[in-house]
Design a protein around this ligand. Structure first.
Ligand code: S3P
Length: 179
């Protein structure tokens, strides 16, 4: 236990982490799950498990639209549950209904990072279909296309230079306040 810890979750409301690829949703989700005792669910992992295929294969064989439909269906399912820390895929903001559904039962927080920090975190990654090819260029163009969507989320945390624990701290404070 440290000073960030809360002994019991103050409510069963979900915490939903959104944000661009490489902003730390998964690692921050792990810390939040440890500190609240809530269950961590990772949307990409659930989709892969249910489809029996990697995200890159889904993109390749069925196309991005099919993947977005799987995401949409999973958002509808998860937003009806409680007591979850949800780590979403970076494209969840593309459909505003995803955010409004999640907001009905949880606190939605957007993790943010500079393009340089994102590049450092995903440089060696080969699993993200949207970053195939020139990663720096892909990051810049997708960020530009999506930034207004990420900025529209009511709560945001700048993660550059922060550890997952440091990123989790203001989220826990907000969660306790809002519960
Ligand atoms: C995507 C982000 C990925 C994954 C898929 C598409 C996106 O998740 O859902 O490759 O559109 O930003 P992470 O944000 O966990 O990398």
């Amino acid at each position: 236990m440290n000073s960030n810890s809360i002994d019991y979750p103050p409510s069963r409301r979900n915490i939903i982490l959104v944000g661009f690829m490489g902003t730390g949703k998964t690692v921050t989700g792990r810390v939040l799950a440890e500190q609240t005792g809530l269950e961590l669910v990772d949307m990409d992992s659930i989709i892969e498990e249910r489809a029996g295929r990697a995200i890159s294969e889904i993109f390749e064989t069925d196309g991005e639209a099919a993947f977005r439909a799987m995401e949409r269906e999973l958002v509808q399912e998860l937003s009806q549950r409680e007591g979850l820390i949800v780590s979403t895929g970076g494209g969840i903001v593309l459909n505003p209904d995803n955010i409004s559904d999640f907001e009905k039962t949880g606190l939605v927080v957007c993790l943010k990072a500079s393009p340089e920090m994102i590049f450092q975190r995903v440089e060696k990654d080969t699993t993200r279909p949207l970053l195939a090819g020139d990663k720096k260029a892909q990051i810049a163009s997708i960020l530009e296309a999506r930034n207004s969507l990420y900025n529209a989320i009511a709560h945001g945390v700048e993660t550059d230079g922060l550890t997952a624990e440091e990123t989790a701290k203001p989220i826990l404070t907000l969660y306790a306040l809002e519960s």
